[in-house]
Design a protein around this ligand. Structure first.
Ligand code: BG6
Length: 299
């Protein structure tokens, strides 16, 4: 480990380690990683991108998918876990040279606080400024994984932003899961540009899928029958949901993603994008919250 990296890890441990629950260490890539182990869960996050890469409540296997081909490098987003898309989603609206999904997922965030919540969860707070936005991201590793992105407009004029908590969920086989909670919502098919009527049925993955659902705050459930578990997603301040699986050809085109890995994941993103972008007056704040929990299926 280089001296500066070692010093950084030591400083973080001296200021922010939580006895028996959180230690900082250096990842093989040379990035700093927080390793969480509490009485109710294990987890991991990087300061690079404020990126949660692991979460496993006791009694379950890992919730999140991270590609075996993920690249851990400055300037590159980690393929998997929960990247933060901010302050825009997808391509930049006017600048084709700007990075897809904004700067937050490749930014080196500042750790500002660690603590135990009154309910016993380990809370980690990270901070970043993306002019004119001041952003506080709070991760709660408890019996649920709760993510909260609080954005404040620091400019003298109103500003608009988009955001998505781009969660990659680990599945036994995407072809065997069903996603409920969006049955009655129309969606934009990003692959065709068409707006499609509500399907009135749970989502099943049979091909490349890239959809934006708007104006919906209902609970979303991924039923992963082969894993005998449900992933339950509750959200607040995030009326958009993006549902994504790259399927075969896009997986092959994506450098940091294994050709066969599309079978093991889907993304269900808690977001505010497009017509649900958030406008903030001067000094105003908005908070997007997503809670993720695992539940055993009952026969
Ligand atoms: C999803 C988008 O949110 O992210 C897709 O809807 C995109 O269009 C996917 O392909 C992955 O994006 P990236 O930039 O991480 O490869």
């Amino acid at each position: 480990m280089s001296t500066s990296l070692q010093e950084r890890v030591e400083l973080l441990n001296s200021r922010f380690a939580v006895a028996q629950q959180l230690r900082f260490t250096s990842h093989d890539s040379g990035q700093v990683v927080g390793v969480v182990s509490t009485p109710v869960c294990d987890g991991e996050f990087f300061l690079h991108g404020a990126h949660v890469t692991r979460y496993r409540p006791r009694g379950f296997e890992e919730l999140l998918f991270v590609s075996d081909e993920a690249i851990f490098r400055d300037g590159k987003a980690i393929r998997g876990g929960v990247p933060i898309c901010f302050p825009w989603f997808g391509p930049h609206p006017t600048d084709p040279a700007a990075p897809a999904h904004g700067h937050a997922r490749t930014h080196e965030w500042e750790l500002t606080r660690t603590a135990n919540s009154p309910a016993g969860a380990l809370q980690v707070e990270l901070h970043a400024v993306f002019d004119p936005f001041d952003v506080v991201y709070t991760i709660e590793f408890g019996s649920e994984l709760t993510l909260s992105l609080k954005v404040t407009n620091q400019s003298p004029t109103p500003v608009t932003f988009e955001a998505a908590l781009h969660s990659y969920f680990r599945l036994k086989d995407v072809r065997e899961v069903a996603v409920s909670g969006l049955e009655s919502v129309a969606f934009l098919d990003q692959l065709t540009g068409a707006t499609e009527a509500p399907s009135n049925a749970p989502i099943r993955f049979t091909e490349e899928t890239d959809r934006i659902y708007q104006d919906n705050l209902d609970v979303i459930t991924i039923s992963d029958r082969l894993a005998n578990r449900n992933v339950v997603i509750e959200k607040r301040g995030a009326p958009s949901t993006i549902v994504w699986n790259p399927w075969i050809a896009k997986s092959q085109r994506t450098g940091d993603f294994g050709d066969e890995e599309w079978t093991q994941m889907c993304c269900i993103e808690s977001a505010s994008v497009g017509a649900n972008a958030i406008e903030l007056a001067t000094g105003e704040s908005h908070e997007l919250v997503a809670k993720h929990r695992l539940v055993t299926q009952t026969p």
